[in-house]
Design a protein around this ligand. Structure first.
Ligand code: S3P
Length: 171
């Protein structure tokens, strides 16, 4: 598979960079969150509200399974920040393509998403604490899943895209 799979914490730019990368490479970009929303016919916040985080995670796994089954190539996949937490998903992500982890600092997440209302896991008081706790809990899963890692804080989307393209894909 010549696909790229972008993973990383909320706000790291998986969708923005995925679109740029796809444009540059003449590939298609698909976003697992957008596909889930489309299929469910409701936004992520409502899926969490009605089905809980567990329901959303189930939808993520089913979506990954169907994407793997599709066998599509020439695609940049952008994913939801929590998709790496199930081992099954990590295996499916690898089957989709080269997994690139976009690493971000908690400070930068807060700068970007301090007022965001679309991420159920960041709502409420003390967002910085929420970000730090979730990041710590997820760090190993991100590391285990990544074929390559790129630090994004303080870089432009163009610079990040160039970095992704610089080193050859590992398949
Ligand atoms: C989540 C990240 C979100 C979305 C959902 C859950 C997470 O995607 O999938 O709100 O658990 O980190 P982004 O990473 O695109 O914000």
């Amino acid at each position: 598979m010549n696909n790229y799979v972008l993973i990383g914490f909320m706000g790291c730019g998986k969708t923005t960079i995925g679109k740029k990368l796809a444009d540059r490479m003449g590939m298609e970009q698909l976003d697992t969150d957008a596909l889930i929303v489309q299929e469910a016919g409701m936004p992520v916040t409502e899926i969490f509200h009605r089905e809980g985080e567990q329901g959303f995670r189930l939808r993520e796994t089913k979506m990954l399974e169907s994407l793997v089954r599709s066998g599509r190539e020439n695609t940049v996949y952008s994913t939801g920040g929590g998709i790496v937490m199930q081992e099954e998903n990590r295996n499916l992500l690898h089957r989709l393509g080269t997994v690139v982890l976009l690493e971000i600092t908690p400070e930068e997440v807060i700068r970007r998403l301090g007022k965001d209302t679309t991420r159920p896991l960041l709502q409420g008081e003390d967002r910085m604490k929420k970000v730090r706790t979730l990041m710590a809990r997820r760090r190993k899963a991100y590391e285990d899943c990544a074929d390559r890692k790129i630090e994004v804080s303080g870089k432009t989307p163009e610079a990040i895209m160039e970095e992704i393209l610089k080193s050859p894909q590992e398949i």
